[in-house]
Write a protein that binds this ligand. Sequence first.
Ligand code: CTP
Ligand code: MG
Length: 386
Amino acid sequence: MAGTAPLPPFAAIVVAAGKGVRAGQNLPKQFAEWQGKPVLRHSVEALASAGARPLVVAIPQDADELVWDMLRGIDGVELVIGGSTRRASVCMALEQLESSSPNRVLIHDAARPDLPQEVIERLVSALTVHHAAIPVLPVADSLALADGELMGGSADRDALRRVQTPQAFRFAEILAAHREWSGERAAGDDAQVLRAAGGSVALVLGDERLAKLTFAEDFLEAQTTTQPMVRTGMGYDVHRLVTGEELWLGGVHVDHNKGLTGHSDADVALHAIVDALLGAIAAGDIGEHFPPSDPQWRGARSARFIEYAAELINKANYTIGNVDLTIICEAPKIGPHRTAMREAIARMLGCELAQISVKATTTERLGFTGRGEGIAAQAIVTLQRL
Ligand code: CTP
Ligand code: MG
């Protein structure tokens, strides 16, 4: 909104208490991931950054924890449990908002995550002259009336508009209209409720981006357009060599006069690979998933960390392209163990041997690796989108 006059204050309601059955996601569609964030977060952020305060979100029973987590850091949010229909959810939110007595309110479907700031501006500005305003789009296709399987007539598309949300109202009027509503329990939208109470509703220009996410395809498209075909990640780790420890490297037990000490079995090579895998999907690092302070990981086999990271990659819709590992040490010699390490890593990741490379280098007796004080490892992985 740079350069334009600030908008007059307004509150907002986001209805997110539906089941989203048609979208067939693992969770209700408004909580599913879309373009890198939960659908609901997109909708709430758009309203919050346009200045909506307070911002009441109607949610299903028992979803508070999930929703607070999803909306972390957004100011002015209040939650209310919604009802069994969209209209019931709107009513709950309006009643909750009454204590803040806002002048204006925008009521929005969480399931319309791509909300342009210009639409909000058009709606709020329209409220200075009109009692209510809704965003609409023209109909481009010709329209038919259906009589069962047959065409029963045609409709004049020039007289029709596609209605979107947010819908903007004077707060007291929409609250009164909802309280008065005696029509069907599940009214089509809030503008319809206001009209039934005798209010008039202005039309402003909507936006194709505001399309409501309804079916599974609406999510697929967003996932494939935002997820790159190939991702890469890198990992680096160092552990100290001490006497009296076993040496585990690349998932293989290696006979040596010293072993690595540290987190879990201290398999520095596997740790570098885990970090590369997590890095490729921007999922943090090994310490975040398996804190060294947590006693359950003391002495744990690093294979578990690898398998866990591989699972995350699968969930993120990727498969491993290749892994390239470099072990940096003066001793032991890695050559004799290379094939065993490649086989072990391939097994943990469910890959072919050809996808896994294990290399080794010394540092010409320089530095801590050269002095045999520790072993370092670095890894690079590429992932391919499924
Ligand atoms: N909604 C709500 N409370 C309900 C029903 C719907 O808050 N009891 C919200 C939805 O979460 C959504 C918006 O109203 O943000 C529009 O409804 P719709 O697209 O129909 O969503 P669902 O009812 O969840 O989906 P479906 O009809 O496919 O089950
Ligand atoms: Mg519905």
